[in-house]
Design a protein around this ligand. Structure first.
Ligand code: OFO
Length: 174
């Protein structure tokens, strides 16, 4: 496969794997704080990012390229607050979106329309993930120091994570 595209896809593998580790660290932190809904949401999100990584690994190999499994740097284990966690999540997703857009650009420059087509799935996924992160962050900002608000927020997040899980059991990979 085109060398420049292959290199960019391998860099994206690292981004997706790092996202998975980052959200796993957030899940573990949330669990330690007793925020079980946030933990459930982040564990599920971490799994999704691993799936995004696997999809790239398989695509590169199927097209005759060489997928490289990357070493990863250690994610943080402490976070300042719940708001900080969701701000970092949004910032991270924006960064991943930029990297996907860059991949689209490279595919067009190299006239690799097959990979361009494959990457469109990630373009839509990023659109959804950024919108979700923004909505959640807006809600968290409203809570401030209200304990009842925090309890309800966390419970709602748990319910939405369970619903998303049920939906993906019906449509694997959704
Ligand atoms: Fe891989 O979807 Fe977000 O980062």
């Amino acid at each position: 496969m085109n060398e420049r595209v292959e290199k960019a896809l391998n860099e994206q593998i690292e981004k997706e794997a790092s996202s998975s580790q980052f959200y796993l660290a957030m899940a573990s932190w949330a669990e330690q704080q007793g925020l079980n809904g946030t933990a459930t949401f982040m564990y599920a999100h971490s799994d999704e990012e691993r799936f995004h990584m696997l999809k790239l690994v398989k695509f590169i190999n199927e097209r005759g390229g060489t997928a490289v499994v990357p070493g990863l740097s250690k994610p943080p284990s402490e976070f300042k607050s719940l708001e900080n966690v969701f701000q970092l999540l949004l910032d991270h997703e924006i960064d991943v979106t930029n990297s996907i857009n860059n991949l689209v650009d490279i595919c067009l420059q190299e006239k690799d329309y097959t990979t361009h087509n494959f990457i469109q799935w990630y373009v839509s996924e990023q659109l959804e993930e950024e919108a979700l992160a923004r909505t959640i962050l807006d809600k968290v900002s409203l809570i401030d120091n209200d304990k009842a608000g925090l309890y309800m927020f966390d419970r709602d997040l748990e319910n939405s994570a369970i619903q998303a899980d049920n939906a993906s059991a019906v449509t694997p990979g959704a």
